[in-house]
Structure formats: structure tokens, C-alpha cells
Ligand binder design. Sequence first.
Ligand code: F0G
Length: 354
Amino acid sequence: MTSWNGLIESRYRRWLPLPPGTPAVSLNEGGTPLLRSHHLSELTSCEVWLKVEGANPTGSFKDRGMTVAISGAAAQGATTVICASTGNTSASAAAYAARAGLASAVLVPKGHVVPGKLGQAVRHGARVIEISGTFDDCLRVARELAAHHPVALVNSVGNELRLSGQRTVAYEIADALGDAPDVHCLPVGNGGNITATWGGYLAYRDAGLTTRLPRMWGFQAEGAAPLVHGAPVADPRTDAGAIRIGNPATWDGAIAARDDSGGLIAAVSDEQIFAAYRELARRDGVFAEPASAAGVAGLLDRHARGLLEPGLRVVVTLSGNGLKDQAAALHDGRAAVGASASTAEVARALELTT
Ligand code: F0G
């Protein structure tokens, strides 16, 4: 058995536009679990698979694009990388920059990034700037800085290396299932991931490795759903902070993925997102971060409205790891109960009466 050495070295280099011989900056990302959800399959009468992207090294799908972007930036002689982020991109950029020996700077919306993600960026040595504004403000500033200073932007906007890395999720799914699924559900924030995932399915189909294409079903949070309304949202609101974005940079790509696949981009409420987040942990044993559960929330919403045909093969991207957001985890779960180190007392606390 050969061990997994990350998506560039182990499997997909020929699908990535890295100059030949570019050394891979890798944390052995990719190769994430594709798990059958018995619970969701039964509930929807479909065959539902979960692509567990929180199993990547920094806990989100961002590592797929970041290994390629940082490999490219390092090979081109960059010394500092910069990004705007709702948290996961910054954690990933900081980790891969550390791995490559580069400096990193991350711009985040003040008060809207969970400590778990900020902590990752801090620990990996990033300079963290908290901006009084939204993610959209952070991205504008990061782009302007990269245009005028010697810093390499590693956001996915216009970054073909990032997007090509993120396409590998579709390759893995098609490799595992033997063909593309009927439907692919995922959360949508800045629009990069739906664009890249769709691009991956297209590339595999064009190469003759799959026979069909999925419908792309993207879901935004109700209070941050510019692609659903067709206009930017100045003051995006959702407790699913990772997708609190009002003006997606990859707007056209997301719309093209929707339309070319015969898919949809719809809104789900925070209540639906958090319900899906709880059920995934409770029923499937998968701890995904709240925003990650938007794809499941959307699938269940379609099912509840009678808009999901039975028998479909559905893949849902779970984009990030639940461990990053402990406040959400502890918010409404079963609280811990104190007891002395007495077997009888613990038995009572557990209601073990026989
Ligand atoms: N899910 C998670 C967990 C995310 O962190 C993001 C985006 C998305 C979904 C949406 O993906 O932006 O490509 O449409 N996070 C970015 C960040 C914005 O900075 O970490 P998208």
C-alpha cells in the first residue's frame, strides 16, 4: 500500500496548471472521506453521500486550493502572501505559508471570525488584521494591497491555481463513485467553491472519465443571499459566519455553475442550517461547522417541499470542521453534569437504575 502524499503528488498534478517540476508545498491534504449518510438516504429516499472536507489538515476544503496556490507562489519567489477571510481561508493560508517558509497576512472582519479559526492563523504566525467591516471590505483591501505591494494574493478570486486545486474534490468524488452524481449540494459564500467543483466535473467529463454531469445545488444563508436575490447585500447577516458574504467575488462563475448544470442557488434560514448541523453530528457522527451544513439544510428543504425526486445519487460537501466553533457546539447541546468521583453518584447522574 502506498501512503497518501497530498493531492498534488499522490494523484492530480497533471490536472493542475503548476509549471513542471514545481515542488509541492503540502500538508497531505485531499483524500477526504466520502461517507454514505444512512440517515439522510432513508429520510429522502435518495442515495446521499457526505464529502467530509473538514478532514483536511487545517479543517476545511480551503487546503485543496491552498496547496496549489502556495506551491505556485513559493516557486515564483513570493515572500509574503495575503488573503481576506471569514476564517478558514486565513487558517489554511497561514499554515501553508508556514510550511513554505513564507510570511502571511490575513484580513478578517472584526468580531465575526470564531476563535478556533483566528487561533489557527495566530499559531501559524500570520499577521492578523481585524477590519471594521465585512468580508467584502477585507477582500477589497487585500486586492488593493496585492496590486500595489509585493504581496501575493491567495484568495480564489482570479487565482487559477486556487480554483484548480479546489476542482480536485470533484475528481475524488467521481473516482470514488465511478461517475458523477446526479446532484451536488454545497454551501455558497464567495462563490469560488461552487465554481471550482463544477469546473472539476466538467474537466473529468471532457476527458472522458465520466459520462455525465451533476446538477449543482448551492445554498446561501437567508440573510446573506446575494446570488439568490441577484444583487449584493450591503449588510449580510447570518450566524453561519463562514458564509457571511454580501458581494461574492466569483459571482459570474457561481451563476454559470448554476445555469450550465441546470441547477439552482437557493436560500436557507439560520434555523435550517443549525438544525442540519445538529443532526449531522447526532445522526451521522460527522462534526461539521455550521456553515458547512448549508448543503444538507438545502437538500432537506427541497425534500420537504416535494422538490427532490427519489432515487437520486446526491453528494453533499461538508466544507469545514465542527471543532473550529466550540461556542456553536456548546450552545444547545446536552450540558455536562458535575458529580464527585463516586460510582453510585455517577450511576445516578446517568440514570442507571438497574
Ligand atoms: N463553507 C465554509 C466552511 C467556508 O469557510 C466557506 C468560505 C464556504 C463554505 C463558502 O465557499 O466562499 O467558495 O463560496 N469561506 C471563505 C473563507 C470565505 O474566508 O474562509 P465559497
